[in-house]
Design a protein around this ligand. Structure first.
Ligand SMILES: [Zn+2]
Length: 303
């Protein structure tokens, strides 16, 4: 069974990559989203947009080099190809400017993670860079509301991973029945990390028709770090997300290359063992929804 992964950091990882064309092909990837992650610790406030654009150029070069098929919409996805979609992680990339948001859309960006680990012009995260439980009650700013409305009009997915609970509520109010996503987030009820989603947030995303991409970072999954413990935790998070949000809410958002090697799922080549575990636990029909159908439904809504 082929799968779709809504988030990886291969564009900005300087080390040995987990996401390589060989690993994606071995794993059976249909579509990989590649995040142009703008690290606000490493660039000046006025250099964030330029950094995003240079990562967009890196994406184009990578697609050519690795033989990925760059796609901007659902109807461009080819079953026999390794499809790649460009996203942005860190809404500070648009530097508080709707023109820059539109420029990124024209450049091919089809999803943007509104916040990363620090507050920006759009809104606030749930946890600081080190995962301390500094839950903030700040949601979207006035500019953030305008930006999300514009994303809705353009057909760029709003991604609330990293966002505060309040931010998820604010986005849900704007989106109503237009899908929005948490591209790489797990369930707080299963493991109490502030980067994980509360049940209320899971329901809000599900109510919009959106999806939540299961994240493979051991730090968000479980204190039990063995391969078996991580496998059990991935299944437990999946089960909870489905219990709370329904079978249409779950997708995959590995976070490969943004996270240390998970002992159970070291890289995309390991995906078949996880897909098999999903089939065993949930049956083939639901496993297929998790691996591809739910994400495809959200992408098709962008057209
Ligand atoms: Zn992230």
């Amino acid at each position: 069974m082929k799968y779709i992964d809504l988030h990886c950091d291969a564009l900005t990882n300087e080390g040995v990559l987990q996401v390589t064309s060989e690993n994606l092909r071995r794993g059976g990837c249909l579509l990989q989203c590649f995040a142009a992650f703008v690290d606000v610790r490493k660039c000046s406030p006025a250099g964030r947009f330029a950094q995003a654009v240079s990562l967009c150029e890196k994406f184009d070069a990578m697609c050519k080099r690795e033989g990925y098929r760059p796609v901007r919409k659902f109807s461009e996805i080819e079953e026999g190809s390794l499809n790649a979609m460009l996203t942005v992680e860190e809404g500070g990339a648009i530097e508080g400017s709707l023109e820059k948001l539109e420029a990124l859309f024209l450049r091919g960006v089809r999803m943007m993670t509104l916040t990363w680990n620090f507050e920006n012009e759009i809104g606030a995260p749930n946890a600081n860079a080190f995962g301390a439980p500094t839950q903030t009650q700040t949601g979207l700013t006035a500019f953030g509301k305008t930006a999300v409305e514009r994303m809705k009009e353009l057909g760029m997915l709003a991604d609330v991973s990293h966002g505060s609970d309040r931010l998820v509520r604010d986005v849900a109010k704007i989106m109503k029945h237009t899908p929005f996503v948490a591209s790489h987030s797990n369930a707080r009820e299963v493991f109490p990390h502030p980067r994980n989603l509360g049940d209320g947030e899971i329901r809000r995303i599900a109510d919009s028709g959106g999806v939540i991409g299961l994240n493979f970072f051991d730090g968000f999954l479980s204190a039990e770090k063995s391969a078996a413990g991580q496998k059990a935790a991935l299944i437990a998070h999946a089960e909870h997300l489905i219990k709370v949000g329904g079978e249409n809410v779950l997708a995959l958002g590995s976070d490969f290359d943004g996270i240390p090697e998970n002992p159970y799922l070291k890289n995309p080549a390991c995906m078949p063992r996880f897909i098999e575990a999903l089939q065993k636990k949930f049956g083939t029909r639901i496993a297929e929804k998790i691996c591809r159908t739910n994400a495809l439904r959200v992408l098709s809504a962008l057209e």
